[in-house]
Design a protein around this ligand. Structure first.
Ligand code: FAD
Ligand code: MG
Length: 351
């Protein structure tokens, strides 16, 4: 009996020691913090990582950033040797042999084009170039030229041959632009690499495309601010808790120019060829993959409050926050309990 009791005490002490060791290990394993920031994809990419070894984190971050460089080289319309530029140059002439990865991204683009009934359209490129929004030559285009370019916008003209790994734009002058989806893909790739490297806690921000790995060190979810579309970057209208998810916003405040007192922004309506104007000034999407959140935030923005909101509500595990020019906020059902409005100038509308 006495020996039993002694044995129990021994085991209990051993258990306590093990517990202490594990807990100490946990805190210790996340005691190092590294932040890296680089300008890529025309924006600032900022990644914060917690872990146990500074050297290891730095190596992992390096791999993740170099991967974005690779993605930029392949998908940028501003790089003359990119696969997308090659497809654009061969538009109306011949199919172009591309990487499986390019086929994947184009397939996803076509999926979202179908889902949004053409509100999202990767063949918007010639119109994006014509407007030049975000460049020094941005201007309201001539109506006739705009109509001419508008005819080249049709995602159904993008033909993919999976077995041959080729992509083909059937009309001459047709141009791809993956600006509304490729940043999301790059974000997912960064996260994948960091996770493969054993990173368990990280916060990634690719110019407003935010995604996280794990929870904060105290175990609580990360809290991400939703940009106030009417003020400077960094001012929020509300906060959303995020757990291993992506949050992406599209808005008329990201890139724009003003001419004769009118604001022209970079999200174009493939129906009209003009910046999308339907009363929305910002859409935010929260879901697992950043590529989906990116494509859906642009889709919902162009679709407008009624159709865009209905689309997001219909998709499982996808949530959205819609903001109108009248400072009204609409939040999908799965977010109602967790979205926290912090700016009283905006009113929260139940739908
Ligand atoms: P989102 O709403 O996600 O997308 C808007 C962008 O998508 C527009 O700018 C346009 O490009 C395109 N678009 C507009 N309307 C539609 C529509 N209806 N359907 C589909 N797409 C539409 N910026 C630079 O200044 N310099 C660079 O060198 C540069 N390189 C880049 C390289 C890559 C690979 C990528 C993905 C982006 C790059 N960018 C660069 C940024 C890019 O030009 C856009 O500003 C950015 O992708 C827009 O992201 P967003 O989240 O603000 O808006
Ligand atoms: Mg987008």
């Amino acid at each position: 009996m006495i020996t039993d009791k002694k044995g129990f005490i021994k085991r209990f002490i051993l258990y306590l020691l093990m517990l202490l060791y594990i807990t100490a290990g946990c805190t210790q394993s996340k005691s190092v913090f590294v932040e890296q920031q680089e300008y890529m994809l025309g924006t600032i990419i900022q990644v914060k990582v917690y872990g146990s070894s500074k050297k290891k984190i730095k190596e992992s971050l390096e791999k993740a950033f170099r991967r974005v460089e690779e993605i930029e080289k392949k998908f940028s319309v501003r790089i003359p040797t990119s696969e997308i530029t090659e497809i654009n140059e061969q538009a109306g002439r011949s199919p172009v042999k591309v990487d499986q990865e390019t086929i994947y991204l184009l397939e996803r683009s076509l999926y979202f084009s179908d889902l949004s009934k053409g509100a999202f359209d990767p063949t918007i490129g010639s119109l994006v170039k014509l407007w030049g929004i975000g460049t020094e030559s941005a201007q309201v285009p001539d109506k006739n030229i705009l109509q001419q370019k508008l005819r080249t916008v049709n995602y159904k003209d993008l033909t993919l041959d999976i077995s041959q790994s080729t992509a083909y734009l059937t009309q001459i002058d047709q141009q791809l632009d993956l600006g509304a989806i490729a940043k999301g893909y790059a974000a997912d790739e960064m996260k994948r690499i960091l996770k493969e490297e054993g990173i368990e806690t990280a916060f990634l921000n690719l110019g407003g495309n935010v995604l996280t790995i794990g929870n904060k060190l105290d175990g609580s979810p990360w809290k991400v601010g939703v940009q106030n579309p009417l003020t400077e970057r960094g001012e929020y209208i509300g906060i959303v808790p995020i757990q291993d998810e992506a949050i992406v916003s599209s808005g008329n405040y990201e890139r724009f120019f003003e001419q004769n007192g009118v604001r022209y922004h970079h999200i174009l309506d493939p129906q009209t060829g003009y910046p999308s104007e339907n009363g929305l000034i910002s859409t935010t999407i929260i879901t697992k993959a950043s590529i989906d959140a990116d494509a859906l935030s642009t889709s919902a923005y162009v679709m407008g409050l009624k159709d865009g909101f209905a689309l997001i509500e219909s998709l499982p595990n996808v949530e959205g926050i819609f903001i109108t020019s009248e400072k009204k906020i609409f939040v999908t059902s799965g977010l109602k309990a967790s979205f926290h409005l912090t700016n009283e100038e905006f009113s929260y509308e139940k739908r």
